[in-house]
Design a protein around this ligand. Structure first.
Ligand SMILES: Nc1ncnc2c1ncn2[C@@H]1O[C@H](COP(=O)(O)OP(=O)(O)OP(=O)(O)O)[C@@H](O)[C@H]1O
Ligand SMILES: [Mg+2]
Length: 420
């Protein structure tokens, strides 16, 4: 992927102490993926010149020649900066490009657009789409500095600053329906097939199965963090999460069975608010026990996935779960946060409920039907390989669920908006 000219500035003071300029391919650049840069700019030569002359480049910053298309390509693969400057001049459909950019950017990125149209309508649309500032060329050092320097109590906090990752909580209508399997496979799919940064949290600190599915060595990190919510911040989470591949981060535990492992509702709130500011998706495997912290993890989720199978037991408790969250009636389903997934489809043959009967009981069509495939899923669990990594029916069904959750099959950039 040729990204054109690249300039990396490393500045401890207003003056550059190191300046690298490379016309080479992006692969040749120093690895930025390790962390988030304070500022990145995808701009033309003139803006680059003004940027270099201004005093806004604190810490490590990167300037790349090009515009929003290049930003989209780049950020699809790499970590997003805290402040992102993108040139949208000459772009035919700037708004739709901004929505695509929103889709690839991490939560917490403040986006500043630079353009050549002095148009109030465009300005409003960009703000509506989450852009925190729009600067019209010709640029000056003062304009840039003003746009980039955050103003504490102005209206320019921008919706982008409110943008959070999407929390999706999984719960089984009954035990053993495959809730953990689906949560783990969906998390893997979002991280590896949709290039999202994903946190997978197993709230069953004693018997949870997420760690096993990824062959993760258990640590007391999550339990400690939940026991001390005041210390819970992104730095602590960075230390206690186990990274699986490039973009998936798992939080799980294997606490002794004889201990009374408890945490509060407010610890749950803190954990997920920190995670949502760091990840595109936070996928949670929630135990079925009706305890307040577990219920909280289901209540605050953007989406709840209730996993069922084709049994009466499942149906009875799926309906009760739906009712508990106040989600009633088929017509409202689209507006509501609960969705159903039928797992192990076909397992019961003629002895279980048909899919038509399942639809009738739930009064809604399930979001995804996951086939019963023991020859794939059982060995995958046994060897800690992930079933969805193998292309086929199972991966497709997980993909359908992921599409529904990401909203990509409806409109792009759904989660970019601060709305819930
Ligand atoms: N679609 C599937 N096809 C075949 N086997 C499956 C499928 N989904 C899950 N399984 C198997 O079913 C068993 C239970 O799965 P899993 O542990 O994910 O369920 P669970 O609902 O999380 O259980 P628990 O209630 O104990 O938390 C596992 O052995 C898993 O490999
Ligand atoms: Mg489970």
């Amino acid at each position: 992927m040729d990204m054109g000219n690249l300039t990396i500035l490393e500045m401890d003071t207003a003056e550059p102490i190191r300046l690298l300029t490379a016309a080479a391919a992006i692969e040749a650049m120093p690895k930025l993926a390790a962390g988030r840069l304070p500022l990145m700019a995808f701009v033309d030569a003139e803006t680059e010149r003004v940027l270099q002359e201004s005093s806004v480049l604190l810490g490590r910053s990167a300037i790349m020649r090009g515009g929003i298309a290049k930003a989209i390509d780049y950020l699809n693969e790499q970590r997003s900066p805290h402040v992102l400057l993108v040139d949208i001049s000459g772009v035919d459909l700037p708004l739709s490009q901004i929505h695509i950019l929103a889709d690839v950017c991490e939560p917490g990125t403040r986006v500043i657009a630079i353009g050549d149209h002095n148009d109030v309508g465009l300005y409003r649309d960009l703000q509506e789409a989450g852009v925190s500032n729009y600067i019209v060329k010709p640029l000056t050092r003062e304009l840039l500095t003003k746009a980039i320097t955050p103003k504490s109590n102005s209206g320019d906090m921008g919706r982008a600053a409110l943008k959070l990752g999407k929390m999706v909580s999984f719960v089984g209508a009954r035990g053993g329906v495959g809730t953990t399997t689906l949560a783990a496979n969906l998390a893997w799919h979002l991280a590896n097939r949709q290039s999202r940064r994903v946190a997978l949290v197993d709230l069953d600190l004693q018997n949870g199965g997420c760690g096993l599915l990824f062959n993760i060595n258990p640590t007391p990190g999550l339990r400690d963090a939940l026991a001390n919510p005041l210390r819970l911040d992104s730095l602590l989470l960075d230390r206690i999460m186990t990274q699986v591949g490039e973009r998936l981060f798992v939080l799980s535990g294997e606490e002794p069975l004889h201990e009374n492992v408890q945490f509060t509702v407010s610890a749950v709130d803190t954990l997920f608010s920190v995670l949502r500011s760091q990840f595109h998706y936070v996928i949670v495997d929630v135990p079925r026990l009706p305890l307040p912290p577990y219920r909280r993890a289901l209540e605050i989720a953007d989406r709840r996935v209730i996993v069922v199978d084709q049994t009466m037991h499942s149906m009875r408790d799926a309906v009760r779960l739906k009712r508990m969250f106040g989600d009633t009636g088929a017509a409202e389903q689209a507006e509501h946060r609960s969705m159903f997934v039928v797992n192990r489809v076909g397992e019961t043959g003629h002895h279980g409920l048909s899919l038509k009967e399942v639809n009738n009981v739930l009064q809604v069509k399930p979001t995804s039907l996951i086939p019963f495939l023991p020859s794939l899923v059982t060995p995958a669990a046994h060897h800690a390989t992930i079933a969805a990594s193998k292309r086929g029916k199972f991966a497709n069904a997980v993909g359908t669920l992921a599409l529904e959750l990401s909203g990509r099959n409806k409109r792009r950039g759904w989660w970019w908006r601060a709305e819930k």
